[in-house]
Write a protein that binds this ligand. Structure first.
Ligand code: OGA
Ligand code: MN
Length: 278
């Protein structure tokens, strides 16, 4: 079967068809994926049914794979993204409430992950689509005045800020666990080595450095609203067997609502970041 590439919206997302999960574990397929990712931000392989060994092997062809020692999967590189406490532990399931809010993975780290891969093992019959918003496209569409207004601003990102929004009724034990992740200051505008610019925003973005809280919150929520307008957004409806990956340095993303009792289960790997936020 020949390999075809089909853009999914004008600004974000491409579908690559014609490859099985096994066939992705190939240097040529990985190079095509990297270049599609640079151009489109999100790459969808529909119905590829990639197993864990191939997911890991394909991820390794794309970059260094993060080790996340939460013990949720026999491979420390794979996370099981689900709310179902029988498939994960209760604390991880509670953290994953944060996935319902627009965010960037690893925004509290010095170098956020380069990319994230999700392979669908079980899907929700009624909800749980994933949305992606291109902050490259959204930044480029700002007026010169708006770009000047945000130039040089810095933002404090924290796990606690994101969890507080997602989980306002959390217990003391949960709250104490949030604070174990140190907050991180990043520039709002991420100037990339290749000359592009993206925005570091989302649920972890708690305050604009040097601004009063209400003014900072107003700016952050205005920008988030700007970036997540329909013209910058791709909505992915999952089928079992789909593999989706995204350029985490430019795509905000979130899960759309589904029941906490849902069987929805995605296997995830992330790629270690290669570019510090500057
Ligand atoms: C993630 C994430 C969204 C989803 O795994 O990083 O944000 O739809 N997932 O599960
Ligand atoms: Mn995420």
């Amino acid at each position: 079967m020949s390999v075809t590439t089909m853009p999914l919206t004008p600004h974000v997302g491409v579908e690559i068809t014609g490859l099985s999960g096994k066939e992705l574990v190939d240097e040529r397929a990985a190079e095509d994926c990297r270049s599609a990712l640079r151009q489109y931000g999100v790459v969808l392989y529909r119905d590829v049914h990639i197993d864990d060994d191939d997911l890991l092997a394909f991820s390794r062809l794309l970059g260094e794979v993060s080790i996340v020692p939460t013990g949720e999967h026999e491979y420390p590189e794979i996370q099981t993204i689900t709310l179902d406490p029988t498939k994960t532990n209760a604390l991880l399931a509670s953290y994953r409430q944060g996935n319902f809010l627009w965010h960037i993975d690893g925004a509290t780290e010095a170098v956020p992950q380069k990319g994230t891969l999700l392979a669908a093992h079980e899907v929700d019959p009624a909800g749980g689509d994933t949305e992606f918003a291109s902050t490259y496209a959204a930044y480029a569409a700002l007026s010169d005045g708006e770009k000047a207004e945000i130039e040089g601003l810095r933002v404090i990102h924290s796990f606690a800020a994101a969890q507080q929004r997602a989980n306002p009724d959390a217990s003391e034990v949960e709250r104490a666990s949030w604070d174990r992740v140190a907050p991180r200051e990043h520039p709002l505008v991420w100037k990339r080595r290749d000359g592009r610019r993206s925005l570091l925003l989302g649920a972890t973005a708690g305050e604009v450095v040097g601004w009063p809280n209400d003014k900072g919150n107003a700016l952050l929520s205005r920008l988030l609203g700007w970036c997540t307008q329909p013209q910058f957004v791709l909505r992915h409806h999952w089928h079992v067997g789909d593999l989706v990956m995204w350029d985490n340095t430019g795509m905000l993303h979130r899960a759309l609502p589904f029941e906490p009792t849902s069987r929805r289960l995605l296997h995830r790997t992330t790629l270690v970041g290669e570019e510090a936020v500057a």
